[in-house]
Design a protein around this ligand. Structure first.
Ligand SMILES: NC(=O)c1ccc[n+]([C@@H]2O[C@H](COP(=O)([O-])OP(=O)(O)OC[C@H]3O[C@@H](n4cnc5c(N)ncnc54)[C@H](O)[C@@H]3O)[C@@H](O)[C@H]2O)c1
Ligand SMILES: O=C(O)C(=O)C[C@@H](O)[C@H](O)[C@H](O)COP(=O)(O)O
Ligand SMILES: [Zn+2]
Length: 364
């Protein structure tokens, strides 16, 4: 087992990464305060719920099983968690356990942030995306029909336990979607990691355990350092949003779940590359290198044909990074170099939206 620590003062916590961690004697139970409520969904429950409850040993525990999918990441479904907690008289000393991907993690985290004004929670991420990104950093919440992750809170988990063995049951499309967020780290901040991904993409796609473990560890290291520097996204944390202003528009406009989050982020990164080229921040060679890696991961580099500039702009106007009406974008200055800006020539953005609208979907 490897452990990456995230230092946030009295909200610090370990990110444990390794094989067989759910079964590891005492590990999960050691992070539970009193009673545990495991939150999962109808797909993951038959695979890992019994194991998780068994790992809790003598800790009094219950579970709640939600419907599966991004389209259920909403306030109605969230209410099932509160009902389960209240029906069983869970008090403020309880611990929620998010057993699943980013949807379960974000929902459980938000339930933990708001139940009786805040209880502990543990992330037990079971998708590549959730192991490299969503389980770390404390962004929690649910979607609204009018915008992605619009209702939420910052609430850090007390521990992250990423059991790599759970990835064995993940389907191919979900694995590839997770790679979009891994590649994102290389783009925004770490050119060595980007080169490493170029060298190891085949191993990652064939689920080589050593390569996958290394990708998860390095991703968690990068995210932990960014969150430590700017926990509440007043500055550099926004870099983690590369491609997301476009991507969230695609997810919401297409209907949540039609495009996976990672797929939408990949198309969004291709759009951010395009705007960066138009602004003269990067040259064609950098764009080509970036797109090649996304394509090798089997990810889309075009937007769906339904996404006109007007549709993009409608959702982008509600992006959480908008300030005083100005859209802010994460722009690339090279591989491993990026910045956040509201102060750019917006004709470049409009040209990107025109260029990407009406293009055929390359979603695998
Ligand atoms: N909070 C953050 O910082 C953050 C970061 C990135 C993404 N997100 C959010 O995460 C969500 C996407 O997460 P995701 O990609 O994990 O999707 P997901 O949670 O929908 O999981 C993907 C699918 O895989 C299934 N699944 C999960 N684990 C499995 C396993 N081990 N074996 C078989 N099937 C399994 C799920 O039931 C689901 O059908 C989005 O809502 C996105 O907004 C949040
Ligand atoms: O942790 C962050 O910060 C991120 O931006 C990570 C993103 O990958 C993630 O999709 C996040 O949920 C997006 O946040 P939002 O505030 O734009 O909804
Ligand atoms: Zn994301």
């Amino acid at each position: 087992m490897q452990t990456v620590n995230i230092d946030l003062g009295n909200r610090s916590y370990p990110i444990h990464i390794g094989s067989g961690l759910i079964d590891q004697q005492g590990l999960l139970a050691s992070h539970v305060r009193d009673r545990a409520m495991v939150v999962t969904n109808e797909t993951i429950a038959p695979l890992y719920l019994d194991k998780t409850l068994a790992a809790l040993g003598n800790v009094p525990s219950s579970s709640v099983i939600l419907k599966d999918g991004e389209s259920f990441k909403n306030l109605d479904e969230l209410n099932h968690i509160f009902s389960a907690l209240l029906n069983e008289n869970f008090d403020r000393s309880c611990t929620l356990i998010a057993l699943g991907g980013g949807v379960i993690g974000d929902m459980t985290g938000y339930a933990a942030a708001s139940y009786q004004r805040g209880v502990d929670f543990i992330q037990l991420p079971t998708t590549l995306l959730s192991q490299v990104d969503s389980s770390v950093g404390g962004k929690t919440g649910v979607n609204h029909a009018l915008g992605k992750n619009m209702i939420g809170a910052f609430h850090q988990p007390v521990a992250v336990i990423a059991d790599m063995d759970t990835l064995a049951t993940l389907d191919e499309r979900e694995l590839r979607a997770g790679l979009a967020e891994v590649i994102k780290y290389g783009f925004i901040i770490d050119s060595d990691f980007f080169s490493w991904l170029e060298d190891n993409m085949d191993a990652l796609l064939s689920r080589d355990p050593a390569a996958t473990g290394e990708a998860v560890r390095r991703s968690c290291e990068i995210k932990a350092r960014v969150v430590e520097a700017d926990e509440r996204e007043h500055g550099m944390r926004a870099l983690l949003n590369l491609g997301h202003t476009f991507g969230h528009a695609i997810e919401a406009a297409m209907g949540y779940g039609t495009w996976l989050h990672g797929e939408a982020v990949s198309a969004g990164i291709a759009m951010a590359l395009d705007t960066s080229v138009r602004l003269g921040l990067i040259d064609e060679a950098i764009r080509t290198r970036g797109l090649r890696l996304l394509e090798r991961a089997g990810l889309p580099i075009r937007a769906p044909s339904q996404m006109t500039p007007e549709v993009f702009l409608k959702y982008m106007a509600r992006d959480k990074k908008v300030s005083a009406g100005a859209v802010r974008l994460i722009l690339l200055d090279g591989i491993g170099r990026s910045h956040v800006s509201a102060d750019f020539d917006h004709s470049a953005l409009h040209a990107t939206l025109e260029h990407f609208s009406g293009q055929e979907s390359a979603r695998g």
